[in-house]
Design a protein around this ligand. Structure first.
Ligand SMILES: Cc1cc2nc3c(=O)[nH]c(=O)nc-3n(C[C@H](O)[C@H](O)[C@H](O)COP(=O)(O)OP(=O)(O)OC[C@H]3O[C@@H](n4cnc5c(N)ncnc54)[C@H](O)[C@@H]3O)c2cc1C
Length: 497
């Protein structure tokens, strides 16, 4: 292969393929850091289809760290309890988070907020650009895209495949996507209702199948239903009368579904890419993993992939990435993806399984009710993403907090009344935050060229601990009452010299 580019001869720093939620968050992050990023999207229009409705607590925290959570919260309804197909209950109300809840909002609202932020930050969006080819060498990656029938080639330091479950980037990289079918012949319909559900969501499951209804917030509802006895290919049309009968039977009430504006059928696989990185190219979101919609974790996991990778790409492009930092994306996120596959698959099977042991387990789960509260709370920690930790990747001898999610602690009021009052506000700079009992004693002056990588903050609730929090809200380094030299050593490992 020819050497394609020197660093000076690239069109962009990062090319992101696919403007779904994952690609939009990633492109916004790297653009906000001042990198040149192009987002290639084969669709010409905004997607009218919505798939995800659930935005979980950890995703809301990541959005909060970008100043976007409050805006998104305005678009939907907040729930403290998630009922998965009426069979498994997950309690969000005790989550140790500023967002002890689940936000129900259509995926297009999340995409709108992320798109506006990416464009405001300077990302270039190329619509009608379908990626068809990819080459890379030691210096750069080249991506071919079909635009108006012509092939255009773009060059960048890195490329990210956020192009969904049928990812072209994954195919071009020759990365396997092994797995199996989780559920098929699930019917979707967008409808109006004579009698809306009393709660935000209506969910139910019976021997016959399951049904789920969620509001778009404008009078339209999304219905998802599955008939155990009717397994048809995705191309089979939805019989609306039969769908209505199934929903009424499973929910135990006729909500008067009418005026379907759109119906479809889908299947869902459980698959995971064997590798999330090949050289200069990364896979994120559904391109890296897919699973059943039970628990509503697909989009959330993708957004968290993006949050994990974006600052690492910034560090690599800027030239201060610690050795192995880019590889840590796969090391940290592949196990999380595998875990989500297992839990969402388990929830699905527990919810709809027809075998005698599964029916027994479901019956027991219902009968025990409140006795399962601790289990429901633990489920909340898992499904919400709050329990995700990269502790396993921490170097031997690290402080016990290294790798954990950083909690949102209050910061000392700034002298001029301006500036962040919480850790997740401080993270909005897109930099590391060094936070401790008194930031004025954090040690020698940091090198001037660290100012684009780290900010300092004082948290009165920390009495002896000093934490270096990564831009994605996880703890990179921690120590009790460290000396200035120890602080400097801790920071140097992450920020370079
Ligand atoms: C019925 C259903 C319900 C769901 N509910 C939830 C839920 O409640 N919560 C949740 O978290 N998840 C849910 N999910 C999953 C969620 O919708 C996906 O995980 C999410 O959309 C993945 O986002 P993404 O950005 O990775 O990929 P996508 O949203 O698939 O976006 C990929 C983008 O890439 C573009 N693209 C593809 N190929 C190319 C190419 N060659 N060149 C250029 N562009 C390309 C596509 O046009 C698309 O815009 C649900 C899924 C389904 C099917």
């Amino acid at each position: 292969m020819n050497t394609m580019n020197s660093a000076q001869n690239r069109d962009y720093d990062v090319l992101v393929v696919g403007a779904g939620p994952t690609g939009l968050l990633l492109a916004g992050d790297v653009a906000a850091a001042g990198l040149r990023v192009a987002l290639l999207e084969k669709r010409r229009e905004e997607s009218k289809l919505t798939r995800a409705f659930a935005v979980h607590a950890r995703t809301l925290e990541e959005l909060d760290a970008r100043g976007l959570a409050d805006e998104l919260l305005q678009t939907g309804a907040r729930l403290s309890d998630l009922s998965i197909f009426g069979a498994v209950h997950v309690d969000m109300s005790k989550l140790p988070s500023r967002f002890p809840e689940l936000l129900i909002t259509p995926q297009y609202q999340t995409e709108r907020v992320l798109l506006r932020r990416a464009l405001d930050a300077g990302a270039t969006l190329l619509r009608g650009a379908e990626v068809t080819g990819l080459r890379q060498d030691a210096d750069a990656v080249e991506v071919d895209a079909l635009v108006d029938g012509e092939t255009v080639t773009l060059r960048a330091a890195y490329a990210v495949g956020s192009d969904g479950v049928r990812s072209t980037v994954r195919r071009l990289l020759d990365v396997d996507y092994p797995g199996e079918s989780a559920i098929s012949s699930v019917m979707l319909a967008d409808v109006r209702l004579d009698t809306p559900p009393e709660d935000v969501l209506a969910v139910g499951a019976s021997k016959q199948g399951f049904a789920f209804m969620a509001p778009y917030g404008d009078g339209w509802y999304r219905v998802i239903a599955w008939d155990h006895a009717e397994q048809l290919p995705d191309s089979a049309p939805v019989d609306f009368e039969a769908l209505c009968r199934l929903v009424t039977s499973v929910l135990g009430k006729d909500h008067g579904l009418h005026d379907p504006r759109w119906t479809s059928r889908f299947h869902s696989d459980e698959r995971q890419a064997t590798s999330y990185r090949v050289g200069r190219v990364f896979l994120t979101g559904d391109a890296a993993h897919c699973h059943s919609p039970a628990g509503g974790q697909g989009m959330n996991t993708g957004l968290q992939d993006a949050a994990n990778l974006s600052w690492k790409l910034v560090a690599a492009v800027r030239g201060w990435a610690a050795p192995g930092l880019l590889d840590s994306y796969q090391a940290e996120r592949h196990p999380v993806g595998a875990h989500v596959l297992r839990t969402s698959g388990g929830l699905l099977r527990l919810s709809i399984g027809q075998s005698a042991p599964l029916r027994l387990a479901r019956g027991l789960a219902k009968a025990l009710g409140s006795h399962l509260a601790p289990l429901a709370r633990r489920g909340g920690m898992e499904v919400s993403g709050i329990s995700v930790s990269y502790r396993d990747q921490a170097p031997a001898g690290s402080h016990r907090l290294v790798g954990d999610r950083a909690a949102d602690v209050a910061l000392a009021a700034p002298a001029d009344g301006k500036g962040p009052t919480r850790l997740y506000e401080a993270l909005r700079e897109g930099r590391f935050v060094l936070v401790g009992p008194d930031a004025t004693t954090s040690g020698e002056d940091f090198p001037a060229d660290w100012s684009d990588r780290v900010v300092t903050a004082t948290a009165p609730s920390l009495t002896s601990e000093w934490l270096l929090v990564r831009p994605d809200g996880y703890i990179a380094w921690a120590a009790e009452n460290p000396t200035p030299t120890q602080v400097r050593t801790g920071l140097t490992a992450w920020l370079g010299n």
